[in-house]
Design a protein around this ligand. Structure first.
Ligand code: UDX
Length: 457
């Protein structure tokens, strides 16, 4: 009966065209499609992304491509500073999106709402001008969202810029427990003020939206969720983990090296450390070499994703010394990009050394893989703190990226009693992640509310 009410209703989706954002948006679209809605995805043509694989993987969606409005000069800037894209995009894409949305709404009376990435805050005014309901997808977690919302307050209290207060990094941030100053969402971008303005726009226009959809679940972020409900008086739908609602479907913008899986097949259960720092993080050459020797010096097999662009000033792995390659021969496998969800689900994987992007963090929890946390910027700092100190399902690499610290973290997680306890807690959390999607579970019920809500438009 309810399904019937949705028949023909079309939902428009507008993702930010970056890997960590487009993936959860497509997953959400898939979830709503499974619940009877028709789907149109508006894709902004971004300089370094290729959408052809995505189109092929989602034949049940309609795709509508628009220009991102970025000039060659803009593209060159975002090449060296990917975060600059966020402010540029809000400014340059607006006219193209406005025109596209106007046309789509004019042509199809079945369109009931727009779901846009929370970062794309300019979409609020556009949707309002067309009397179209606009829901927002927060692709990251709730706790990091609260930290973003607190940025103006933290600026007033002189927590930012963090560079001026290095001696206080270990101190607690009273306004945001359990964060320390070093866990605040800092960004390495040349125009940090422009980025903070985007974040403020994101919070303001999310609060003014018709509803907030979150890729998280109640039991994971209970305290933050209730604080969010106090601060944001709009309907809130925590329906995650998104990717667990259906069998794996790829939305990877890069080609995934399947030798990762055949190589894992040769390894014993829970023996391998999987190492990946997502699609945006960058490290220095000396840090890259410390990671290499940290891995080489403990005797565990490892699958290491070295994404081209990961190492500042180097193409790929050409700087690895022969001595390292001889030491890890047969024990280490290096790829440019892996099928991460399959890797984490593989029996051979015993730990995930991650930058704690929200997708990676959730994927690890859903497969019960404990983490070594190495946050690089933004929400990753907050996520890492929760992984290591709230859920206690990982260890955080602190005090610099030095081979000694890396070896210690690996030893703790893979060899010591503390590591065993971390693994046990991780299995309990995995169980919670699975049960929230079952009938009666919090995400299951929240999804029912969301689909009825959209059907009522
Ligand atoms: C970015 C931000 O860095 C992150 O902090 C924010 O939460 C989301 O946007 P990214 O750095 O790419 O995301 O990290 P993450 O959120 O973990 O997303 C990476 C995605 O790429 C995951 O879904 C992961 O499965 C996939 N991936 C990663 C691969 O498919 N193969 C790889 O080799 C590595």
């Amino acid at each position: 009966m309810e399904e019937q009410g949705r028949k023909g209703k079309r939902v428009l989706f507008f993702p930010l065209p970056l890997q960590g954002h487009i993936t959860p948006m497509l997953q959400l679209a898939n979830i709503l499609h499974l619940n009877g809605f028709s789907i149109t995805i508006i894709l902004a043509d971004n300089f370094n992304t290729t959408f052809n694989t995505i189109r092929a993987n989602y034949p049940h969606f309609t795709f509508h491509t628009i220009s991102d409005g970025l000039s060659e000069d803009d593209k060159a800037k975002t090449d060296v500073d990917a975060l600059f894209l966020l402010s540029l995009f809000n400014e340059k894409c607006a006219p193209h999106f406005t025109e596209a949305l106007r046309q789509l709404v004019l042509e199809d009376p079945n369109i009931v709402c727009l779901i846009s990435d929370s970062i794309l805050h300019f979409t609020k005014a556009v949707a309002d001008s067309l009397n179209l309901h606009r829901l927002v997808l927060r692709t990251g977690g709730v706790s990091s969202c609260l930290a973003y919302a607190a940025i103006p307050l933290l600026q007033n209290k002189a927590y930012f810029p963090i560079q001026g207060i290095e001696s206080q990094l270990e101190e607690a941030v009273e306004e945001l427990p359990p964060l320390r100053i070093k866990d605040l969402p800092i960004f390495k971008t040349y125009n940090v003020d422009a980025l903070y303005q985007v974040i403020q726009g994101m919070i303001r226009e999310t609060k003014a939206s018709s509803g907030l959809i979150i890729n998280s679940f109640e039991q994971l972020e209970q305290f933050s969720m209730s604080k969010l409900r106090d601060d944001f008086s709009i309907p809130i739908f925590p329906i995650g983990p998104f990717h667990s609602h259906f069998p794996a479907s790829s939305s990877s913008l890069m080609s995934q090296d399947q030798t990762s899986i055949s190589w894992l097949d040769t390894k014993t259960p829970k023996s391998v450390i999987y190492v990946s720092f997502g699609s945006l993080a960058a490290i220095e050459i000396n840090e890259f070499l410390e990671i290499a020797w940290g891995l080489a010096n403990r005797n565990h097999p490892f699958l290491w994703v070295v994404r081209p662009g990961l190492i500042r000033g180097s193409e790929w792995i050409e700087l690895l010394p022969n001595e390292f390659l001889e030491t890890v021969d047969g024990r280490g496998h290096i790829v440019k990009w892996a099928p991460q969800q399959q890797v984490l689900a593989h029996l051979a994987v015993g730990a995930f050394w991650t930058h704690n992007g929200w997708n990676s963090t959730l994927e690890s929890i859903c497969e019960g893989v404990p983490m070594i946390c190495m946050p690089c910027f933004g929400d990753q700092m907050v996520n890492a703190r929760y992984v290591s100190h709230v859920w206690k399902v990982g260890v955080q690499l602190e005090n610099g990226l030095k081979r000694m610290n890396i070896e210690n973290a690996i030893r703790t997680l893979m060899e010591e009693e503390e590591g065993k306890q971390i693994k046990e807690r991780m299995l309990e959390l995995k169980e919670k992640a699975n049960s929230c999607l079952k009938p009666g579970g919090s995400s299951y019920e929240s999804l029912r509310s969301l689909t009825s809500y959209i059907s009522s438009f």
